[in-house]
Every structure is written in C-alpha cells, then in structure tokens.
Design a protein around this ligand. Structure first.
Ligand code: HEC
Length: 164
C-alpha cells in the first residue's frame, strides 16, 4: 500500500474547481453608467474605476487567481453583495432620490474607511487612496448628494452614536 494520502488535498482542490465562483459581468447598457448620467470629473472617474468598480459595477476586472476556487467563491460573493448594495454601471436606473442616497452612503463608507474593502486594497495598491484622492472623491460624492436635494427622507442611521 503506497502512501498516497498527500494526494487528498490536491484532489479536493481540483474537485472544488467544479463549483464556479460567479465572477462574470452581466450585459449592461453603458448609457446607464454613473459617468454618463451624472457629471463625473476625469480624476474622480479614475478613482472610482481603481477603487470601486471591481465590486460595484458590471465592468469587473478579475485576475486569473480570482477564478480559482475557493478564492473565486470569496471574491464572487464580494461582487454579488457589492453590486446589490451599489452598482455604478446601472446608476441611471435609480430614481433621483435613490441616487442621492447612494452618494451619501458612499461618502459615509469612504469617510469611515470601510470602502474600498481592506482585503482588496492589500492586493490592489492602486486602490489605496491618498489623502488628496480621498478628498477629491468625498467632495464629489458630497456635491452629488447636495445637488440631488441633500438629505432625503429620514433614513437616518444612528449606528454608533447610541453606545456608551
Ligand atoms: C472588494 C470589493 C469592494 C470594493 C473594491 C468596494 N466595495 Fe463597497 N461594498 C462591497 C461589499 C461586499 C458591500 C456589501 C457589504 C458591506 O456593506 O460591507 C459593499 C457595500 C458598499 C456600500 C453600501 C453600504 C451599505 O451599508 O449598504 C457602499 C455605499 C459602498 N460599498 C461604496 C463603495 C465605494 C464608494 C467604493 C470605492 C471607493 C467601494 N465601495 C469599493 C465590496 C466592495
């Protein structure tokens, strides 16, 4: 009886490749892209593409290793959840009120340092925003929110304020 136990992990790794990770770009109408339906300055567009589009658009760029399970499951989930939360490729389909809210939420996430996701920034150095880039992005997000009517409704989330 040969010692073939070491084959087990290899077989498992090969086996799980049969379960795909859903990293694909659905067809979309480029006319609905945020850059078409709102005025996005070139420098802001560069930041969005480098730091957000890989999870919040239908123009996801994925390196080869992103397609290897189990990494593909993990990344695929980020993309599915990211698109659900905010999709810059279909931004034009949102009502003005929802656009404004999305911008407000995005500003909040960037301000709190929650977006782009840390795990993404570790691997994609171009998504590591400098202070200047953050400010550029934030002032654009804020201006979009104000232009669309500022704070809509009372969707106020007081997340942390309550503690202590
Ligand atoms: C690596 C993938 C990834 C990148 C890159 C990324 N996000 Fe996200 N984003 C997610 C995921 C996953 C969620 C949903 C889960 C969550 O809220 O953490 C999300 C949620 C959000 C939400 C909704 C939050 C909520 O509470 O509903 C906003 C707004 C957002 N992201 C903005 C951005 C912006 C702006 C950028 C670029 C500066 C960005 N994200 C970059 C993965 C990503």
């Amino acid at each position: 009886m040969k010692k073939i136990w070491w084959l087990a992990p290899i077989i498992i790794l090969l086996g799980i490749q049969l379960i795909p990770g859903n990293i694909s770009n659905p067809p979309f109408d480029p006319v609905q892209d945020v850059a078409v339906v709102t005025a996005v300055p070139a420098e802001v567009q560069t930041i969005l593409k480098a730091a957000c589009y890989d999870c919040h658009s239908n123009e996801v760029k994925s390196p080869w290793y992103a397609h290897v399970a189990p990494v593909s499951w993990w990344i695929g989930n980020h993309i599915i959840e990211g698109r659900e939360a905010l999709n810059f490729s279909t931004f034009g389909a949102l009502q003005p009120k929802d656009r404004s809210e999305a911008m407000e939420e995005a500003a909040e996430k960037v301000r709190e340092g929650e977006m782009p996701l840390n795990s993404y920034v570790w691997i994609h150095s171009e998504a590591r925003l400098s202070q200047a880039q953050r400010n550029t992005l934030l002032s654009w997000l804020d201006s979009q929110n104000a232009e669309a009517g500022g704070r809509n409704g009372e969707s106020g989330e007081e997340d942390q304020e309550e503690k202590d």
